[in-house]
Design a protein. Structure first.
Length: 179
């Protein structure tokens, strides 16, 4: 029955003197961009004066920022949390996989050459803090959201962080991309 209605509609269009025209590809709806893959991106620490964490103070939390730049020739999206593993400089440090904040991620669309960042909240400690209570960052293994390959970034800021790698709610954690 459906094909009978289609035939009647086509016949009515021909009788009326109109014919269907093809829609050019340029007018067709653009496909939604797909997610960014590690190979599409560059990454690094934001090192400008206003972006550096205050590692010399030990009374409050501070933030370090990591950026992703779309170096591909296509538009892509990032949404969620980057995986961040800190590798320590001391033999006792090991690797610390950072917990995520409770902030809700948003979807970020990156055109070719666009950059987006995310922050890592840190709790610095004094040099006089006992060694077993401090973590000395050496490098960060940063995996873009929903990816398995990471970037290895050397920690450029010095300082120590209160070691809370086993805490339920540590004072050092990662925030979503774009927030």
């Amino acid at each position: 029955m459906n094909s009978k209605l289609t035939a009647v509609a086509l016949a009515a269009a021909v009788v009326a003197g109109t014919a269907a025209t093809a829609v050019p590809a340029s007018a067709a709806a653009k496909a939604e961009p797909t997610r960014c893959h590690t190979a599409d991106l560059k990454a690094g620490f934001a090192t400008g004066d206003d972006a550096k964490p205050e590692m010399g103070q030990t009374t409050k939390q501070t933030q370090a920022y990591i950026w992703f730049t779309n170096q591909s020739k296509r538009t892509c999206t990032l949404s969620g949390f980057a995986g961040v593993d800190m590798v320590g400089a001391q033999k006792t440090d090991g690797t610390w996989s950072l917990a995520r904040s409770s902030k809700k991620p948003v979807k970020m669309t990156l055109e070719q050459g666009d950059t987006v960042d995310f922050s890592i909240t840190l709790l610095p400690v004094a040099r006089s803090t006992p060694q077993k209570e401090k973590f000395v960052p050496a490098k960060f293994l940063v995996t873009p959201p929903n990816e398995t390959k990471h970037f290895t970034l050397k920690w450029p800021f010095g300082g120590q962080i209160l070691k809370q790698d086993g805490a339920t709610h540590p004072a050092t954690y990662v925030n979503p991309v774009g927030l």
